[in-house]
Design a binder for this molecule. Structure first.
Ligand code: 13P
Ligand code: SF4
Length: 354
């Protein structure tokens, strides 16, 4: 549905009044009505870098989810204030690893005698606490666009990786990009004693995968891929690496949201694509490329939006911006100093990856 013209005018006016004082970032999964007011858009990696690149902006309004706003706070200066227009915009995957659970896991690894040889690699989609744990134990953060380089780096530092919290990105990167086998990976279940693993299993494993997943990407299945191939002969299947291993193994191309956009920009007219990622992005791309004769469909019609990304809507954005105009910072995301220190170590290791 088209946006309410009154809200559009108010958002425009507030942004104009704030000028360079405000910098609005929008993740690719955001609604069209929000993306319209973003100064930059990107995948998680690009947005982390972009946030750090505007030290002159007093306010960073982050249209995305909580862990992204936290990362922006960590990477920006002390004086800059980060705003998340709706505090309920969390991420179910990030919530699957709590600081207590991860500390307990590290104890299990220590008791099994493998902690010393283990390097934590945490997906950007994790809380600042988990990033701080990662930094404290000599590990790095990664995103879907640099997971391979992060793993290569980690295996120069140690013999094993504890990958948090997305088992699928961890497994897909290990098997697809690093030439490991599925048997090299074990899954640590935080809800079971010892993660549900024996000491022998922990010692034998190269990749210890945290049992987390994305509730959106987890719904694409091998059937989704087989069905679309049958329905659209010659279709290219392009999926995000948060999808299950069997889906990624059956796809033609795999990559981050930014990769998906670039692949479609480069695609020849007349080509057909089925995309396995969040619906706001797929719809936007289907519309954008329709008049270039590129047919873009959603990989599985039963999969829906990321409900937490969708929490950020135009009314929330207008409220956040108008509050800033009135001199009031609402929904500020502020990571405490100690957490920030160690989380920043891990984030900076990621930013320094070759
Ligand atoms: P990227 O934009 O980095 O590919 O990440 C996707 C995602 O799930 C963010 O929550
Ligand atoms: Fe989290 Fe998945 Fe939503 Fe990304 S798409 S914010 S990983 S729930």
């Amino acid at each position: 549905a088209p946006s309410d013209p009154d809200l559009v005018a108010r958002a425009r006016a507030a942004k104009e009044k704030l000028g360079d004082k405000v910098f609005v970032l929008g993740h690719h999964y955001q609604r069209d009505e929000v993306i319209e007011f973003a100064d930059v858009t990107g995948d998680s990696f690009k947005l982390a870098r972009d946030a750090a690149a505007r030290p002159d902006a007093e306010y960073i309004v982050f249209c995305g989810v909580h862990f992204m706003a936290e990362s922006a706070d960590i990477l920006t200066t002390e004086a800059q204030q980060v705003v998340l227009p709706d505090l309920a915009a969390g991420c179910s995957m990030a919530d699957m690893a709590t600081a207590e659970q991860v500390a307990e896991c590290w104890e299990v690894l220590t008791e099994a005698g493998v902690a010393e040889a283990t390097v934590p690699v945490s997906y950007m989609n994790s809380s600042a606490d988990i990033k701080a744990f990662t930094g404290r134990h000599g590990g790095t953060i990664c995103t879907s666009s640099n997971a391979k380089r992060a793993l290569e780096w980690a295996f120069q530092q140690g013999q094993k990786v504890l990958f948090l919290p997305d088992q699928h990105l961890g497994r897909n990167t290990a098997v697809r990009d690093m030439g490991m086998s599925l048997e090299d990976c074990v899954v640590y279940n935080p809800h079971k004693p010892n993660g549900g693993l024996t000491t022998e299993q922990l010692r034998a494993a190269t990749m210890i995968l945290w049992r987390g997943h994305c509730s959106v990407h987890g719904r694409f299945s091998l059937d989704s891929v087989n069905d679309v191939r049958e329905r659209i002969p010659g279709v290219n299947v392009l999926v995000h690496p948060e999808c299950k291993h069997e889906v990624v193994a059956a796809a033609d191309y795999v990559g981050s949201t930014e990769y998906i956009i670039k692949a479609l920009e480069a695609a020849p007219a007349g080509s057909k694509w089925a995309i396995g990622t969040e619906l706001n992005l797929v719809r936007r791309l289907a519309n954008r490329f329709a008049d270039q004769g590129k047919e873009i469909v959603f990989l599985d019609k039963t999969v829906c939006f990321c409900s937490t990304m969708n929490r950020i809507d135009l009314p929330h954005l207008v409220w956040a911006l108008e509050s800033l105009v009135a001199g009031k910072v609402v929904n500020r995301i502020q990571v405490d100093q100690e957490t920030e220190h160690f989380a920043k170590l891990a984030l900076e290791r990621m930013l320094a990856l070759p």
